[in-house]
Write a protein that binds this ligand. Sequence first.
Ligand SMILES: NC(=O)c1ccc[n+]([C@@H]2O[C@H](COP(=O)([O-])OP(=O)(O)OC[C@H]3O[C@@H](n4cnc5c(N)ncnc54)[C@H](OP(=O)(O)O)[C@@H]3O)[C@@H](O)[C@H]2O)c1
Length: 311
Amino acid sequence: VRTVRFHGYGGPEALQVERVSRPEPGPDELLLEVTFAGVTLPVVRLTRGGPSLPHAPGGDVVGRVVGMGANLRGWRIGQRAAGMAFSGAYAEFALVNAGFAAPVPDDVSDEAALALVRGGQVALGTLHVAGVRPGDSVLVTAAAGGVGHLTVQLAKLLGAGRVVAAVGSASKADFVRGLGADDVVVYAQDWGEPVDIALDGVGGDVFRQSLNAVKPFGRLITYNGVGGSLDVNELRMRNQGVIGFSMAQFAALQRDRYDEHRDELWKLTASGELSPVIHRTLPLDQAAEAHRLIEARENLGRVLLSPAQDS
Ligand SMILES: NC(=O)c1ccc[n+]([C@@H]2O[C@H](COP(=O)([O-])OP(=O)(O)OC[C@H]3O[C@@H](n4cnc5c(N)ncnc54)[C@H](OP(=O)(O)O)[C@@H]3O)[C@@H](O)[C@H]2O)c1
């Protein structure tokens, strides 16, 4: 079966389609015949260095259950499911941990399920830990990305007041306004009036700018994979709070809430209130182009790979 791997670090061109034997599920794993695999920045970064080689990129996947481990109950062969593959996601068949997987309801498309199983959970999870109340002003960085484009919509659905979309380039302004953003700011420019809550998925200098954009008694939620530094005295002087968010920790430690969020995301999408956006879908042998799109910061919503699609 076909899978995408890289044998040396480098840019998108390091990715190669290879033939491997079909994976066998471990006791707690589902084997999915993949309809779509998601391509996201933290995984794209790994081609530049980090994992042991060869490496088969992981990520969010959706497909049909074609095999399951001995410990699993309640799953059916042939049912649609979405989840996270820790490696080997860009493939015709992928293994997912059943603990992070969910059956996909009939009224949710495969593409939407893919966008929600990770991106939607991060978007709703960060708004939840922020404790957004009706009328709160909310700033979202990387607002056109896989997580951010859902956060902007969900903030509005939760009754936020002014929602500010912060993006890397002005060319994304129309897209984020279409999602419901009231204001759009570009990182390099002035960010205008301060907000009650900032959600940062970028890190570094943008983390600093996000903190500076938060009003006294407001809070910043940091979920970026890059990091950022602060002096806690600044928080004291400004009465600000900073809270971290990890989806994996949230799923492990607040399981009931995580499951409620997933059901809420399915419901809002089926009713048309929440619209996951797919920027581009590419065949497996164009995985390099998918990585290039993410590295070039061009995506408006999600970039997907479709193993069934021919180039
Ligand atoms: N804590 C968690 O559990 C968790 C889970 C999933 C994802 N994340 C984090 O959430 C963030 C967003 O992920 P995503 O899946 O939404 O991303 P994505 O769909 O892959 O898109 C990447 C987004 O990040 C922005 N960006 C900022 N710096 C960038 C850079 N150096 N290179 C490329 N893009 C850059 C891009 O837009 P602009 O150019 O407009 O900024 C783009 O919208 C990442 O930092 C990721 O690590 C955290």
